[in-house]
Every structure is written in C-alpha cells, then in structure tokens.
Write a protein that binds this ligand. Sequence first.
Ligand SMILES: [Zn+2]
Length: 330
Amino acid sequence: MTNEINPASSPVNTAPRTATEIAANVLGEIAWASPTMGYCECPGKKSHSSKDGGKDCVVYLDHVPTVNCLHASCKTAVEATNKKLRAAILNPTGDASFEMRKPTAEERARIAERDLKSRMQLRARKSLPSILKKYRWPYAEILNDSPVDVKVSEENHWRLLLGKFQPDDVVWIGERDSSGKPENAANFRTVNEWLKCEWAPHQFLCPSTFKNNSWSRSNENVLARRFLVVESDLLTRDEVGAVFRYLGECGLKLVAVVDTAGKSLHGWFEFPADEELMNDLRLILPALKCDPKMLTASQPARLPSAMRGEKRQRLIFLAKEETKLVNEVN
Ligand SMILES: [Zn+2]
C-alpha cells in the first residue's frame, strides 16, 4: 500500500476524510496558514516553562505529517503525538501490515530546512527586545539622519519618493478602492506622467510597478517589485526605526521612511533580489511585530505629501540619489 501524502484528499481511497480533518481530529483546532501548514495547541503545552507565543506549535502535512513545537520541554508529548498523527493519516484503516515509508534524502533535507526556519522565527521573536535597544532609532533621530533634507517642502515629498522609481515605471496611485474597474486605468500611469500633476494626487501608492494598460491592482498585473515596505501596527513610531536599522544590518537597503500621519511609519527598502533573504524576511518580519500583509506585491502604502484628515503624510528619511533624480516638472 502507498503512503504518499496528498493533503487535499485522503491518501487512502476508502478513507472518508481528508488529511486536514484527520489532523484536526488528533490535534484539536488548527489555524491553517497554508493548505499544508497550520498552528495548533501544543500537545505538551502544560510542560512549557516559558510563555506560549500562540504560534509556537506548528503542524505540517507536506512530506511526513509532523507537529513541531518551538519549546523543548514538551518533546516527549510531541513525539507521541507525531506517531499518532502519522498513523492516523498514513494508515487510517489500521492495516497491520502497514510500514511507515522512510523519508527520502530530499525530504529529510526539506524537513531539516523547515525546522531551521522555525528556530529562526523563535530567535527573531526572542531577540526583539534586544533589537529595540541595540538599534534604537527614534523618530527625531531618523529625521535628523536623513541624507536628503526632508524637513522642508513637504508638498513635494511625493515627487522625491516617485523619483526612486524608473521614469517609465507604471505606478498605481489612488484611493484604497481605485482599482478593479476600467475607469481605474487612470490610476496607472508612468512616473513621468504622474510627475506632471501639480500636487500629490491621492493618499496611496503601490511599491510595485504594473503592466501597461492595467486597471486592477492585482498581483497578476504586477510587473516588478521595486520596494519592500515594512510597517508595524504594534511598535510605536519611536520603536519601529530600530527594526529598520536592524534590517539594514541584514542586508536590506533603506530608501525612505514615510510618516503615515497615523500611528506608524513605513520603511521603504530596495526590494531584495536575493530570494533566500526574501524567504527569511517572510519568517522574521512577523516575529519582529511587522505586518506581513505589506509583503504582498499589490498592497498600497501611504503617499507622502497627501493629506490624511488634518495631517500631512510626509517623508522623514530619504536616501541620496545614486543616479540623477528622474524629473522636475518644467
Ligand atoms: Zn510545546
């Protein structure tokens, strides 16, 4: 008999349930983050000596079904649960002749990589307090450290940020709902066209560029990812700068910091070409209390110079141009 795993359907034709249902039966409620990965309560939770972080226990259904908890004290309970989980998914009929297939070398390598990532995430979460201390960069200091003086001409800040794109890049600028209808084609223009506007046209822009003739800000229409915008709803404006600086240490290049005229700051980084670094960031950023939704290519960010209620969105940091600024109107 086969014990290949198909998470979407049961591995055994005659079994009535899917692997995800069986896993929930063994582990209790699972918050699925992907079709094959979710978070559950650790089966050995009561032995945890440090505080449970809510996402400490992960269940994977790809390769060999596995529960993995970041704590060490629950090891015995987790191992016992893994036996139960694997038997329930791979041998749901209780076939006595069933033998657990050994993972291939490739699967073992992937499992090892997966475990390494779990540990990275835990390390990032645990090191946040020391990152906030060591890389401290409060609002006033960010403003003072800006290579380009952005204490002046706030009404032109949007031009400075657009100048970080290429002149022919098609950029979306709009309100949150300016997307999805043919008339929204007007929200997709090249940087050069946008710069003909007299003032900041709308509240939002997207850090990615779009295909020509787009009218929907969907991921399918994204042509290139120019910037990675990092934001935290949980860290204060005086705290989040430490994360921006720390990310600089990790190899990201900070291009701009935008005061959103709300509670948060947006750190604009050159989008990393290194796919591996990007994968690490997907893990690390949420552990550093940064918002993972900003990792989505088509997510809008705040356009400096635009008004948000009574307050103006503005740049508080801008890196020096390495090449000449794209454009000045007239
Ligand atoms: Zn545990």
